[in-house]
Design a protein around this ligand. Structure first.
Ligand code: HXC
Length: 510
């Protein structure tokens, strides 16, 4: 008996060694942690329950029967993050380059099935040379099975992808279908075709980092939601994100203890809006002054800065924030910002996370670049996402809410529940200058008349009261009391139920 127990420990030790000391050293030399070290950092201490440690591939071609490492290049199981259950797979680049075989894929599918059944998020740590070349179509089938589960799990459990090494070819499509993708600067990349193929086909010379590194995907393509300096930072930040999320669509987001009074008054907000309507101010200041303890977890911080998305807590409960940012492009809506915010709003709605919208939007960005690239369809994504969301929705208009963008930004007409405006709000079809130039075109040669018309328009429309008279704004609030008003609004909406007409699914303008 003792021998058998010892043998088990020996087998385990061999499996834990992955591809062996040399390959582990090579992994460290690249600034990367191993699959198991990453799991240790992601999960609470000693919480990891491993599955399938001894699974080995069944391939026989190319001499593969002589090389059957236990675990087959991926470590899978579950554990906890601050006491809450999470399923995890972590590809082991030291074993056959973390390549995906039939059995490697089966291990991933097993934990994804368990995650869906038991209602817990999946964190996938990607570090792989792609399809196991020696296995041919079996490997492609394995990817296909994972893809199908990504689709089925979407909206059922949160799915988070960490890209911590290579992720190329069709392999990118599994992370692409998950809710969030995080990358590590300088040691990870994602692309459909690599630099060599790009050179052959398009004659472009580009490095892997330029083509698909963390900077590219967080700033240019928006494929990734965040980039971190190293593995340690990436894993500790994903723990922070998980704390904001519900475990599945069957549960509400977690409620954390909070030490910040919901009645906290912020006098400084009374002077946040500059006297000059064309002068920007930092909307992040408002977000952090509303949030419990000023804690804000931003998503896609480096992309489409004209809209801000991320999570805060109010009275300990998670709230998704969407806010126009006057500091970037005057907070205008365009293709990128609409896409970014629409996806975020849909994530929140899937997982019952209430949405707070902070509005200061001068309209949609004009130009051929926008129209040729389909701003109509992309803008409609955000409109559609807000209108279909049935979670509690609270909106605060701080300054401009002009034209179609007024409607889009969680207006009352899109079934937003509580819509507040600051006294500085201007809710109108457009700004005074543009309006006067159109409706008083005949007076354009007379500056005095134009000035009088502009004053008249401003007096009539550059305020929140016309909308408030119609009930489109529920209340005009003092900026300093925004946290209290917003907290009370969400508190009143905790048992909200909103039905939608039956349908198989909607047809959001993709
Ligand atoms: C089998 C692989 C492998 C793979 C790497 N290895 N990729 N084995 N199948 N796809 C093995 C290597 O043979 C090597 O084994 C070990 O992993 C480490 O790889 P190195 O090349 O030494 O590492 P490095 O120099 O860091 O280069 C990493 C790499 C390179 C850029 C990822 O390995 C590479 O180009 N691999 C092939 C990538 C590829 O073409 N994959 C298929 C793409 S198609 P030894 O024993 O020598 O240490 C695809 C589509 C998915 O993935 C389709 C889904 C639908």
């Amino acid at each position: 008996m003792k021998d058998i127990v010892e043998q088990l420990e020996e087998r385990r030790a061999r499996a834990r060694l992955g591809g062996g000391e040399n390959r582990i050293e090579a992994q460290h030399a690249k600034g990367k942690l191993t699959a198991r070290e990453r799991i240790e950092l992601l999960l609470d201490e000693d919480s990891f329950e491993e599955f399938d440690m001894f699974v080995a591939h069944r391939a026989t071609e190319f001499g593969m029967q002589a090389n059957r490492p236990p675990g087959d290049g991926v470590v899978t199981g579950w554990g906890t993050v601050n006491g809450r259950q999470v399923y995890v797979f972590s590809q082991d680049f030291t074993v056959l380059g973390g390549s995906v075989s039939e059995t490697h894929g089966q291990k991933i599918c097993k934990i994804m099935d368990m995650a869906m059944q038991n209602g817990a998020p999946v964190v996938g740590i990607n570090d792989s040379g792609g399809a196991r070349i020696q296995e041919g179509v079996d490997s492609l089938a394995a990817y296909g099975e994972v893809f199908q589960r990504n689709i089925e799990a979407s909206g059922v459990v949160p799915q988070i992808s960490m890209i911590m090494g290579p992720c190329a070819g069709g392999a990118v499509y599994s992370p692409a279908m998950t809710d969030f993708i995080f990358m590590v600067k300088d040691s990870s990349y994602m692309f459909v075709t690599g630099p060599d193929v790009v050179k052959t086909v398009t004659n472009e010379v580009v490095t892997a980092e330029e083509l698909g590194g963390a900077t590219t995907h967080t700033k240019k393509s928006s494929v990734a939601d965040g980039a971190f300096e190293n593995d340690v930072e990436a894993l500790s930040e994903v723990r922070r994100l998980i704390d904001f999320l519900p475990l599945s669509n069957r549960e509400k987001p977690p409620v954390r203890p909070f030490f910040d009074s919901p009645d906290r008054i912020e006098e400084s907000l009374d002077t946040l809006i500059p006297a000059n309507p064309n002068q920007p101010y930092d909307m992040k200041e408002l977000i952090t002054k509303i949030a419990d303890e000023g804690d804000f977890y931003e998503i896609q911080a480096a992309f489409a800065g004209n809209i801000i998305t991320g999570f805060i807590r109010l009275e300990g409960q998670t709230v998704g924030v969407v806010a126009n940012q006057p500091m970037v492009l005057a907070g205008v809506l365009d293709i990128d910002s609409s896409r970014k915010a629409a996806r975020f709003v849909r994530f929140c709605d899937c997982f019952e996370i209430p949405i707070l919208s902070l509005v200061d939007v001068p309209g949609f960005l004009p130009g051929t670049a926008q129209e040729y690239n389909g701003v109509i369809k992309h803008g409609a994504k955000l409109l559609f996402a807000y209108g279909e969301a049935t979670v509690p929705k609270v909106t605060v208009i701080t300054r401009k809410a002009y034209g179609g963008a007024y409607d889009v930004m969680a207006s009352k007409h899109l079934k937003s529940d509580v819509n507040y405006a600051w006294p500085t709000a201007e809710i109108a079809v457009m700004g005074a200058k543009g309006a006067v130039e159109i409706i008083h075109r005949k007076d354009l040669g007379d500056p005095e008349k134009i000035a009088a018309h502009t004053r008249e328009y401003e007096d009539r429309f550059a305020n929140p009261f016309v909308a408030a008279e119609r009930g489109f704004i529920d209340e005009v609030i003092q900026p300093h009391s925004t946290r209290r008003r917003v907290c009370r609004a969400f508190a009143a909406l905790r048992r909200k139920v909103q039905q939608r007409p039956w349908k198989k699914h909607d047809n959001i303008p993709l």
